[in-house]
Design a protein around this ligand. Structure first.
Ligand code: NAP
Length: 416
């Protein structure tokens, strides 16, 4: 049943995305909830919406259109509801499945670890998906940035991010240490802080399944399980083992392991098969620099994924252009990867690239590839013409500096 909203206004003529045969069924005018975001969110969301609307209009000649539906979180929610994220925002995203989000400030003393973490936990968005690719013309610190085209699937709900921690010297920390030392015959120093790292079969398999499905849909050659299983055998090592098990059980026709590639196929990868491989985390950081083009999809636990997403983004020119999504089985919350950069708020200055490209991911998720490709090409063209926002301008010789809104207009004028 459709939720009843107090403040959210359902756009007239919009239609709900539904699920048919375990797949999203996308109408021509899908209702997409949108969280504008705090700080620079206001500027980049405006720019993103006009770019997405222009591409959809141009690609489908008016047959398709996004029916944006404002939902509230952060400062605008607090003004309206006296709550940082009202229940109806969760209800709207759950009911309409696909949403776009700007960055949110974590309110001090709001009783939250972070609004973003709360959204992920309440909606069980277990996969953080970060495609990282190079845009011609963007300054990069490496020799061949164009070799990077990887999608990182970071587990989003557990690992050392579960918040199971005890501060050094507290009663609880001492209790845990004494219990482990006594009952498990270990020797943890009493002046230690303690943190727990749970990694479960369920979360691992949900994540790896999503990563393999993505590789199949995008016709990619490999999925790499990145882990530190040589040291943390029963968490990171188990992640690797469960990942291989899932691939063999749920995708037996479409996947082979690296061993099978050599033993059975003499190193020649059959066209319709994805190679599942694994790499130890430290080696993976080397490989992504030295053998960048050998990696398509990386599936990894939470902390490794956090490090790897930013390291990979740095190779192609930093976070300013890095898109992302937090996903469950069907829900996709597409969002900028940077924060609210308060010092630039409402100055119409920052780069909307991260949110625009998250919007591109969203269009691809809807199956609106024509509009998505149109935007990617237009962004590329805009950068090649050296018309960029301040962040890229300061690194590019001879570039012209544009405001956020002018940059969005430039992208639209470069659409074909
Ligand atoms: P930040 O907002 O990402 O900003 C850090 C710096 O990154 C900025 O000063 C700016 O660098 C650059 N930057 C960020 N976005 C940019 C853009 N669109 N265009 C150009 N440059 C950009 O990080 P923060 O200052 O640590 O965090 C501020 C607030 O954001 C905090 O409340 C934090 O909790 C929140 N946050 C939210 C999210 C989220 O909603 N997903 C994520 C991270 C942080 P220069 O000054 O060098 O130009």
């Amino acid at each position: 049943m459709a939720p009843k909203f107090k403040k959210i206004v359902i756009p007239a003529g919009g239609q709900r995305i539904t699920i048919k045969n375990k797949k999203l069924s996308i109408p021509n005018k899908p209702i997409i909830p949108v969280i504008e975001g705090d700080g620079i969110g206001r500027d980049i969301m405006k720019a993103t919406r006009i770019v997405l609307d222009a591409a959809v209009k141009k690609a489908y000649k008016g047959r398709k259109k996004i029916a944006w539906m404002d939902v509230y979180a952060g400062e605008n929610a607090f003004k309206l509801y006296k709550e940082w994220i009202p229940q109806e925002t969760f209800d709207a995203i759950k009911y309409y499945y696909v949403a776009l989000k700007g960055p949110l400030t974590t309110p001090i003393g709001g009783g939250f670890r972070s609004l973003n973490v709360t959204l992920r936990q309440v909606l069980n968005l277990y996969a953080c998906v970060r495609p990282v690719r190079f845009f011609k013309g963007v300054p990069s610190p490496v020799k061949a940035p164009e070799k990077m085209d990887v999608c990182i699937f970071r587990e989003n709900t557990e690992d050392v991010y579960s918040g199971i921690e005890w501060k050094k010297g507290t009663k609880d920390a001492k209790k845990v240490i004494n219990w482990i030392n006594k009952n498990m015959k270990k020797n943890i120093r009493l002046d230690s802080g303690i943190g727990i790292k749970p990694i479960s079969v369920k979360a691992t398999k949900d994540l790896v399944r999503k990563a393999i499905q993505y590789a199949i849909e995008h016709k990619l050659k490999s999925v790499t399980l990145m882990h530190k299983g040589n040291i943390m055998k029963y968490t990171e090592g188990a992640f690797r083992d469960w990942g291989y098990q899932l691939a063999a059980k749920e995708f037996p026709i479409r996947t082979i392991t690296e061993d099978q590639l050599w033993d059975k196929y003499k190193g020649k990868q059959p066209k319709n098969k994805i190679v599942i491989k694994d790499r130890i985390a430290d080696s993976m950081f080397q490989q992504i620099l030295t053998r960048t083009d050998e990696y398509d999809v990386i599936a990894t636990p939470n902390l490794n994924g956090d490090y790897m997403s930013d390291a990979a983004a740095a190779q192609v020119g930093g976070l300013g252009m890095a898109p992302g999504a937090n996903m469950a089985d069907f829900i996709g919350l597409f969002e900028a990867t940077h924060g609210t950069a308060p010092k630039y708020a409402d100055k119409n200055m920052v780069n909307p690239g991260s949110l625009i490209l998250s919007g591109v991911m969203m269009l691809e998720y809807l199956g609106w590839d024509k509009a998505a490709t149109m935007i990617v090409k237009a962004v590329e063209k805009t950068i090649i013409k050296k018309t960029v926002t301040y962040d890229l301008h300061r690194m590019m010789k001879g570039a012209k500096k544009l405001s956020t809104s002018k940059y969005a207009e430039a992208i639209i004028s470069n659409m074909k």
